[in-house]
Ligand binder design. Structure first.
Ligand SMILES: O=P(O)(O)OC[C@H]1O[C@H](OP(=O)(O)OP(=O)(O)O)[C@H](O)[C@@H]1O
Ligand SMILES: O=c1cc[nH]c(=O)[nH]1
Ligand SMILES: [Mg+2]
Length: 209
């Protein structure tokens, strides 16, 4: 597995704004979508192209290229993953959306599933799983397990912030998966929150803090 920490200036600037203690719901939500879009640009670098000959503006043939390869399903992990969805589908408008609902039990830090609805042909698609926070990794691994059980072979992960603990957990369960993130942060605190992190991303996106 490779972890891609994206150091692009726009990503780093926007992530820095998201870390401000008194950020508004509006700004946090907008920035989550913007950073998700920039990370999607990076995560799709490897998509395959094929030759495509067309007739150009003056009637002459032009050799162009278009996307080949696998179809995509984007998989937001509820709730917070929804805050990244539009940023991703802006760049991949034809993607199907498969939704996984999980929350992390505050005491045990274990993921508790409450919803799942996948694209019908999930086994033919590349899944891009999106969630702002990769903390212990429990929610991400549970989601990847659901996808793999349904025959999905090709999976990528996009998170805004990742803890080393979460990366390790995903790496152990799925050695071949690529993770794209705006930052690998220092550690988890005693409550399983990423430090320095963003705080509770779901609450900040939905204004429920
Ligand atoms: O890596 P983990 O330790 O599993 O933690 C990360 C999960 O916790 C957060 O969701 P939360 O449980 O707060 O649900 P929410 O999105 O509904 O707020 C976050 O959005 C991830 O899904
Ligand atoms: O730092 C964290 C960890 C889990 N979930 C969050 O929203 N933030
Ligand atoms: Mg939350």
């Amino acid at each position: 597995m490779s972890v891609h920490a994206i150091n692009h200036p726009l990503v780093q600037h926007k992530l820095g704004l998201m870390r401000e203690a008194d950020i508004s719901t509006k700004s946090f939500r907008e920035l989550a979508g913007e950073v998700a879009k920039l990370l999607t640009y990076e995560a799709t670098q490897g998509l395959e192209l094929e030759d495509h000959d067309i007739e150009g503006w003056n009637g002459e043939p032009i050799a162009t290229r278009r996307l080949k390869g696998k179809k995509v399903t984007v998989v937001p992990i509820l709730r917070a993953g929804l805050g990244m969805l539009e940023g991703v589908t802006d760049l991949i408008p034809s993607a199907r959306v498969s939704v996984v609902g999980l929350y992390r039990d505050e005491e045990t830090l274990q993921p508790v599933p409450y919803f799942a609805k996948f694209a019908n042909d999930i086994e033919e698609r590349m899944a891009i799983v999106i969630d702002p926070m990769l903390a212990t990794g429990g929610s991400m691994v549970a989601t990847l397990d659901m996808l793999r059980e349904r025959g999905c072979e090709s999976m990528k992960v996009i998170v805004l912030v990742a803890a080393p603990e979460g990366i390790k957990r995903v790496q152990e369960a799925y050695p071949d998966i690529e993770i794209y993130t705006a930052s690998i942060d220092e550690r988890l605190d005693e409550n399983g929150y990423i430090v320095p992190g963003l705080g509770d991303a779901g609450d900040k996106i939905f204004g429920t803090r």
